[in-house]
Design a protein around this ligand. Structure first.
Ligand code: CO
Length: 210
């Protein structure tokens, strides 16, 4: 059996098992999607959103990209965000980074990765803006960890800069914005940053009528 055929075979076994455990499972899910969470995570295959949070299909709306970045010109992410906030009315958005992130490590080198350079530039900017603080941490691995946390916090702040979030905060008093980091070595999620609805940014980023 080829690897792709194996996936299809595993899928059939999984679907069979679900119906055995709960005969209404697919009928119920097909009717309505009402997740409470939007997850913005890294594309890394070792950080699967549902598995590490033990959530089921239907519980989490998911967007993943390299190094879990929130870029103000990314129409893909902005579309996911708009839909999750205004249509699904999610109550929590989680930006989840992870220690040992290949995207963050790549951004710290002077190597060119082709089209990826444009994407990773945003991480280099976070490094540059926080270089003095980061260099206070002498241990290289620890410094990488701090940068991963700073990148996550910056993405949460980027979410708060969007019209979508500022409007939802003003009109609906949601969602909460969370920055978490996942440890590949222990499987644990660590909260590193939180923006409650209505949190303040620098004045220049605040819209009067979002
Ligand atoms: Co990563």
């Amino acid at each position: 059996m080829s690897p792709d055929e194996k996936l299809l075979e595993q899928n059939r076994a999984w679907a069979r098992q679900q119906v055995q455990d709960d005969p209404e499972y697919f009928r119920r899910l097909a009717q309505l999607q009402r997740p409470e969470f939007l997850w913005i995570g890294c594309s890394d295959s070792r950080v699967p959103a549902n598995q590490i949070t033990a959530t089921l299909p239907g519980e989490m709306f998911v967007h993943r990209n390299i190094a879990n970045l929130v870029i103000s010109t990314d129409t893909n992410l902005l579309s996911v965000l708009e839909y999750a906030v205004t249509q699904l009315e999610v109550k929590h958005i989680i930006v989840c980074g992870h220690y040992g992130c290949g995207g963050v490590l790549a951004a710290l080198t002077n190597k060119s990765f082709g089209v990826l350079d444009t994407w990773l530039r945003h991480i280099k900017d976070v490094y540059r803006l926080n270089e003095a603080v980061l260099l206070q941490t002498k241990d290289e691995e620890e410094r990488h960890k701090r940068l991963v946390e700073l990148v996550v916090a910056t993405q949460v702040r980027n979410l708060a800069k969007t019209t979508v979030i500022q409007r939802a905060w003003k009109t609906a008093g949601r969602p909460h914005l969370h920055g978490w980091v996942y440890g590949l070595e222990n499987g644990l999620l660590k909260p590193v940053f939180h923006f409650a609805p209505g949190s303040k940014l620098e004045r220049i980023y605040m819209f009067d009528e979002p």
